[in-house]
Every structure is written in structure tokens, then in C-alpha cells.
Design a protein around this ligand. Structure first.
Ligand code: ADP
Ligand code: MG
Length: 331
């Protein structure tokens, strides 16, 4: 279990992590979702004691990271796959980690097998592709057989086979009762792996919810209708107490997914339909809405220096805002 309480990190004026309170529970995959620059990596570094919180607290099974003896046997993490001494072989890298953490050397062979690097165990890490480096980083995380695992954007730069493998690995680790905390900036990725979702934007907590609830709350269905008998259909719908809205391009939309009822209604009134389809609004859109609200909040409460703040993070806020503007324009 990982417990964050009011966790905050400031870099000068910049609030990278803003008063985060949530708990990451065992037995499930918890997705940590936020646009680039939201504060995911900073949060994960603080969990591992690599960064000092400006305020607040974070505990691993009730203790601070630095209070853990042989911490790799409690929590394993993949933060930066390329943060490996390139001159070492995969096997030596893991042997060094094992030695300095009181982990038996036989674990090295086991984890190399698990991540599929046995064949290149004696090759130097500097010649590894990003995918191989990710696998080596994951081997390091698994080395101490920890009950808690944390992966920062593990699918970045992986090929489809590698992505598929990592998803399966995270699920099986959770199924073994472990705590699995994984970050991503992609809603689509989380939708496929996470049982629980923690969403942050601009360092702030935006949602802490089960994936099932997030889907139920956000994946609204609507029925799309195209018809040459527009007025007659509108009358029939109105009579039946169904509200249709104009969706542009001659398309009508009705909230909910009850296409059968609309189809039957149209048949009874002998209205010709050119299209009758159910559309799910995407989870990506819901995520965009959530994070756009965070951008809005900060834009209004930002110092007079400029609505987007003064540092290199400006692109993130703009990108989200532009993406939302695009979505709106397209929709
Ligand atoms: P994420 O991992 O969600 O993309 P990060 O945690 O890397 O976000 O960054 C959050 C914010 O903190 C960003 O605006 C980033 O520029 C800033 N930041 C991160 N590390 C530092 C640092 N060492 N010094 C100054 N600003 C930092
Ligand atoms: Mg990051």
C-alpha cells in the first residue's frame, strides 16, 4: 500500500505536485493518469525518497522509504529505463543491484527469464534498444520480489509486442495480490490495464475512482440519426417525450443508447432513416474535459506574470487547451 497525504512539491514558484492525498491499494492495477508535466514523475520520485516533499507525507506500508531495510524487497520501480550504467552487462547490472540490497544472486537469472532478456544477459546495456532497456528496468524492479511495484510510463517507446507483454505482466502482478502503480499520459492505455484511476492535472488531484465508475460516469452513449424526413421525425420524437439535438451536418442526436426505441418509432411513423447508430463518447474526451478544467482553474488563479506560468511547462497547458478546442471544433 502507498499512502500520500497532502503531498506537495514546489520548484521555486512552480507547484509541480499540489496537495495530493490518495491511497494505492494492493491486488489491483492503479493507473496514474495526467498530461505531460502534470507531476506524475515528481510524485513517483517522492514516493521513492529521491525528491523531498515541500509539504505532506508519503508512506510505503506505513513507513517512509528511507526507513525500509533493503527497500527493493518492499517496492520495485521503473522510473527511467535509460538510467543504467551502459558499460555493464544486463546480468552485472542486476547482480550489483542484488548485492547492495541483500537479494540472493539466483534472483538475477529468474528475473532475466521473466522479462525475456536471458539471451542478451551478457551484452552491455548501452547497446540495448529502448524496449530492451525497459525490460531491464522492469527486471530490476522485480528483483527483490517486492509487494509493491511502480512503473513510470512503461509503454513509452515500446513496440506492440512489448506493450502487450507489459500489460499482461502488470495484471498478473496485481492478481498475485501486489500493489501496482503505473503512470501514463494516455487514457486509452489506462482503459486497457487499470482497475483504478487516479487522475492529476497541474499537480492537483482531479479524480480518484474505479475504472468501472469512471467509464459509467463518462462514457455516455448517444444515438445519431440522419433522415430526409426531419420535421416528421422531430414531431414523433417530441410526442414520445424524446429530446433530439442538432449535431451539425444534418445529424440529430439523442442522449442515451436506446436506438431500438427510435427505430421502432420511426417505422411506426413511416419515417425513412439514412442512419441510426449508437456513439460512445470516448474516455479520452472525458480525460480532456477533466484536465482542461484544471488548466482553467490555474489560468484564473495564476499570478499576473502570465496565465500559463513562467517556465517551460507552458506547452503542456496550451496543448491540452488546444486539443480541447480542436475536439470542440470537430465535434
Ligand atoms: P509528468 O511526469 O506528469 O510529465 P513531472 O513530474 O515530470 O510531470 O513534472 C511536473 C512539473 O514539474 C513540470 O512542470 C516540470 O517542468 C516541473 N519539474 C519537474 N522536475 C523539476 C525540477 N527538477 N526543477 C524544476 N521543475 C521541475
Ligand atoms: Mg513523467
Amino acid at each position: 500500500m502507498i499512502e500520500l497525504a497532502g503531498l506537495t512539491k514546489r520548484y521555486g514558484e512552480k507547484v509541480a505536485v499540489d496537495d495530493l492525498t490518495f491511497t494505492v491499494r494492493p491486488g489491483i492495477v492503479t493507473g496514474f493518469l495526467g498530461p505531460n508535466g502534470a507531476g506524475k514523475s515528481t510524485t513517483m520520485r517522492m514516493i521513492l525518497g529521491l525528491d523531498h516533499p515541500t509539504a505532506g507525507d508519503v508512506r510505503i506500508d506505513g513507513r517512509h522509504y528511507h526507513e525500509l531495510t533493503n527497500p527493493l524487497t518492499y517496492i520495485g520501480a521503473l522510473l527511467d529505463a535509460k538510467a543504467v550504467h551502459g558499460g555493464r552487462t544486463a546480468r552485472n547490472h542486476l547482480l550489483c543491484l542484488a548485492q547492495s540490497n541483500g537479494i540472493p544472486a539466483r534472483r538475477v537469472r529468474e528475473v532475466l527469464e521473466t522479462v525475456g532478456l536471458t539471451a542478451v544477459a551478457r551484452k552491455k546495456a548501452k547497446g540495448f534498444s529502448l524496449g530492451m532497456s525497459q525490460r531491464l528496468g522492469i527486471a530490476g524492479a522485480l528483483l527483490g520480489d517486492p509487494r509493491i511495484l511502480m512503473f513510470d510510463e512503461p509503454v513509452n517507446g515500446l513496440d506492440p509486442e512489448g506493450i502487450h507483454w507489459i500489460r499482461g505482466l502488470m495484471k498478473s502482478l496485481a492478481a498475485e495480490g501486489r500493489t501496482v502503480f503505473v503512470s501514463s499520459h494516455l487514457m486509452s492505455e489506462m482503459a486497457l490495464t487499470a482497475d483504478h484511476l487516479v487522475v492529476i492535472g497541474q499537480g492537483r488531484l482531479l479524480a480518484d475512482t474505479s475504472m468501472a465508475d469512471f467509464v459509467a460516469d463518462n462514457a455516455h452513449a448517444r444515438v445519431r440519426i440522419r433522415t430526409p424526413d426531419r420535421e416528421r421525425l422531430l414531431d414523433a420524437l417530441h410526442e414520445a417525450g424524446i429530446t433530439a439535438v442538432e449535431a451539425g451536418g444534418g445529424v440529430l442526436e439523442v442522449e442515451g443508447g436506446d436506438s431500438e426505441r427510435i427505430g421502432e418509432l420511426a417505422a411506426r411513423h413511416q419515417v425513412v432513416l439514412h442512419e441510426l447508430s449508437v456513439r460512445q463518447s470516448s474516455l479520452e474526451e472525458a480525460f480532456m474535459r477533466l484536465t482542461a478544467e484544471a488548466v482553467e482553474y490555474h489560468a484564473h488563479s495564476a499570478p499576473p506574470a502570465g496565465p500559463w506560468g513562467a517556465d517551460g511547462d507552458t506547452t503542456t497547458s496550451r496543448t491540452v487547451a488546444q486539443a480541447v478546442a480542436r475536439t470542440t471544433a470537430e465535434g
